[in-house]
Design a protein around this ligand. Structure first.
Ligand SMILES: NC(=O)c1ccc[n+]([C@@H]2O[C@H](COP(=O)([O-])OP(=O)(O)OC[C@H]3O[C@@H](n4cnc5c(N)ncnc54)[C@H](OP(=O)(O)O)[C@@H]3O)[C@@H](O)[C@H]2O)c1
Length: 282
């Protein structure tokens, strides 16, 4: 198949390209910077310059690639600005979806997030509505995720992958990453807040399998949602940080365990079924 990865230079795209190429797919992967062309080529894809906020250019690039499948892996978190990421989710998704429809593409796989459910103790499943009317800045994030997910559903076949906290080399949750640095600086307390994780390797495996999944929403998380009291000390040890201090949840922290039963029922087998094993790769 011809696969167009919007955001192919990112942490997930870089893990995904070689898997798709090995499986025999013809992959076009995008970046806004020609400096990343050689990286994309080495991984096995044809690079293309693509800015999702430039509507006319987006139409041109997607039409030229004539993809059977578009993968939407666009995020804008390199500066940690959730508002600009929300703008990309809303406006970038609109342009990408319209460009895909214009190019006659019928299938789209989109990256979303799994920390969108209302707080609680039960395992969140995909049928649940998104958290209704939370306080800022979560309000903007949830509204943008809702807009992205509604927009991508305009294609005839759409798979939405709600990933847990991505961890692994190149992510914030790595030795060199933002959370690794926070842990070493004593800025990552062990709170009661529950998180669901997914290693980038397993996230990429899920995205490849999703080429054949039925349209719908799938939580992509590991088997062990965990409170910060459990995972933060393990993470700290993995990245060479001192024992963290324990503290209660901070204002705005939203915790909810997330179910991966639907994705596992499709045959997804996790290389890292728990962050307990995966943190050893950091
Ligand atoms: N589920 C999760 O936990 C999750 C999800 C996303 C990110 N994160 C974390 O956030 C960190 C940094 O994230 P990041 O956003 O910098 O992700 P990233 O992994 O670097 O990927 C971002 C991708 O989106 C592209 N992009 C951004 N803005 C664009 C635009 N306007 N038009 C077209 N393409 C655009 C980037 O291309 P360029 O080459 O042009 O920059 C890149 O390919 C990651 O390493 C990860 O730790 C976590």
């Amino acid at each position: 198949m011809r696969v167009f990865i919007a955001g192919g230079s990112g942490v997930l795209g870089r893990s995904l390209i070689p898997r798709l190429a090995e499986a025999g797919h013809e992959v076009t992967a995008t970046t806004r910077s020609v400096d990343r062309f050689s990286l994309i080529s080495r991984l096995g894809a044809t690079p293309a310059v693509f800015d999702a906020l430039d509507r006319d250019a987006a139409f041109e690039v997607v039409s030229e690639a004539r993809p059977d499948v578009v993968m939407h892996l666009l995020t804008d978190l390199s500066t940690g600005d959730s508002a600009s990421n929300a703008r990309l989710r809303v406006n970038g998704s609109r342009n990408l979806v319209d460009a895909a429809l214009h190019a006659g593409t019928s299938r789209l796989i989109a990256e979303s997030i799994s920390w969108v459910y209302a707080p609680g103790d039960t395992l969140a499943v995909e049928e649940e509505p998104l958290d209704a009317d939370p306080a800022e800045p979560r309000h903007t994030t949830i509204a943008a995720v809702a807009a992205l997910e509604a927009c991508v559903r305009e294609l005839p076949e759409t798979v939405v992958l709600r990933f847990g906290q991505l961890y692994g080399p190149g992510t914030w949750f790595s030795s060199d990453g933002r959370l690794g640095q926070d842990a070493r600086a004593g800025r990552l307390p062990a709170t009661d807040t529950v998180a669901s994780f997914i290693h980038t390797t397993d996230a990429a495996r899920a995205a490849v399998l999703a080429l054949d999944w039925a349209s719908g929403v799938y939580n992509i998380v590991d088997n062990e949602p965990a409170s910060g009291r459990e995972w933060v000390p393990r993470f700290a040890a993995a990245v060479g940080a001192p024992e963290p201090i324990a503290s209660h949840a901070r204002p705005g922290d939203i915790g909810r365990p997330v179910s991966n039963a639907r994705a596992r029922a499709t045959g997804l087998e996790l290389r890292y079924p728990s962050w307990r094993q995966g943190f050893c790769s950091l």
